[in-house]
Design a protein around this ligand. Structure first.
Ligand code: ATP
Ligand code: MG
Length: 332
């Protein structure tokens, strides 16, 4: 399958005057294939939402670009002017369902007006009927009642609002959809409905690939093909759902899986274990591996230099110490 997205050594820091910079995204690399759903999981504050902004080249003060590349369909977004990104990439190539999606709708516009403005700003030649036809087909895809198009945001339930945001975010059939905690504010049955919607939309090629950000590994298990585990601004392991959930390799992934609160059949039948300590302050992260101060396997060298990516049990892991214990340790 063809590569849709390639991300190399991406870095974005928050910079406030007179304060140390916050290294929120600090060297992220991964790639994604067409049709793939990649989950991004990690504790609160590890940089997931900041990563989403960096992937879209959406830098608003105090967030600043520091380094790296985001190559979408062969084009590096960081070689492009901001105007080009705004007009030709955001919403049509990369679309975003923000973490606070529930509040993202303009309260003074009916849903159909919102859609009309979006479609007209990209395709001025479309007639009103064509826009409404596209909106109606998306309403059906998302199992929404037809009336939502005539509603204001305040007239929608939480679950409906979430689906309306997804409808709006996918109106222009983006290559990549980034959904930031799309299920966190929903009850369990609505979460399941939403995960099914995402699968259907990707099967129907409404969008080609999905990055599903959440701290909820149980949801990711049902939603994704692969899961990337993020810790303190960096990815530490990327594997299939089976690999990450049932056979984690990186000590942080192992600890995260062991600390899942809701035991699902087959997921975590072992004792619930708290991860000792707290994630580092990203204003002053420890040198070397950022998980080393909390890690049972850490050697002295881990506190000096971070491991390169190594291949362990068929997936990339940033820990050469466990590579020697658990796998072949060959380089990626
Ligand atoms: N405007 C800001 N100024 C300074 N630091 C910030 C700012 N916004 C976020 N941060 C810091 O950047 C880091 C990453 O934040 P981010 O929101 O990306 O985390 P997250 O993984 O999405 O967390 P959550 O799971 O709670 O949504 C955190 O340490 C956070 O405190
Ligand atoms: Mg977030």
């Amino acid at each position: 399958m063809s590569t849709v997205l390639e991300v190399n050594d991406l870095k974005g820091y928050y910079r406030h005057r007179f304060e140390p910079e916050v290294k929120a995204v600090d060297g992220v690399d991964f790639s994604m294939a067409e049709g793939e759903v990649l989950g991004v999981a990690g504790e609160s504050g590890c940089g997931k939402s900041t990563l989403a902004k960096c992937l879209m080249k959406r830098f608003k003060k105090p967030l600043e670009y520091v380094d790296g590349e985001v190559i979408l369909n062969g084009e590096n977004l960081y070689d492009k002017e901001d105007k080009d990104i705004k007009e030709n990439y955001l919403a049509c190539e990369i679309s975003y369902v923000p973490q606070s999606a529930m509040n993202a709708l303009n309260p003074t516009l009916k849903v159909k007006r919102f859609i009309w403005h979006l479609m007209k700003s990209h395709y001025s030649e479309l007639t009103n009927n064509e826009i409404m036809d596209r909106a109606m087909s998306r309403v059906e895809d998302l199992n929404l009642p037809e009336r939502v198009l005539d509603n204001y945001a305040c007239e929608l339930s939480g679950g409906m609002k979430q689906r309306v945001i997804i409808m709006i975010s996918t109106m222009l059939n983006p290559t990549l959809l980034i959904a930031d905690e799309p299920t966190s504010a929903l009850d369990v049955s609505t979460q399941k409905v939403l995960v099914k919607m995402f699968k259907k939309l990707i099967e129907e090629e409404i969008f080609k690939s999905l990055i599903f950000i959440t701290h909820d590994l149980t949801t990711l298990r049902h939603a994704c093909d692969r899961i990337a585990i993020m810790y303190a601004g960096r990815f530490v392991e990327i594997g299939t759902v089976e690999q990450i959930v049932f056979d984690p390799v990186h000590p942080y992934t192992e600890a995260l899986i062991s600390s899942i609160l809701v035991p699902e059949p087959g997921i975590r039948e072992k004792e619930l274990i708290n991860i000792p300590g707290t994630p580092p302050n990203l204003k002053d992260p420890p040198p070397g591996c950022r998980f080393a101060p909390r890690c049972n396997y850490a050697l002295e060298k881990c506190t000096v230099e971070e491991s390169e990516w190594v291949n362990v049990k068929g997936r990339p892991v940033k820990c050469d110490v466990v590579a020697k214990k658990k796998g072949d340790g060959s380089d990626e």
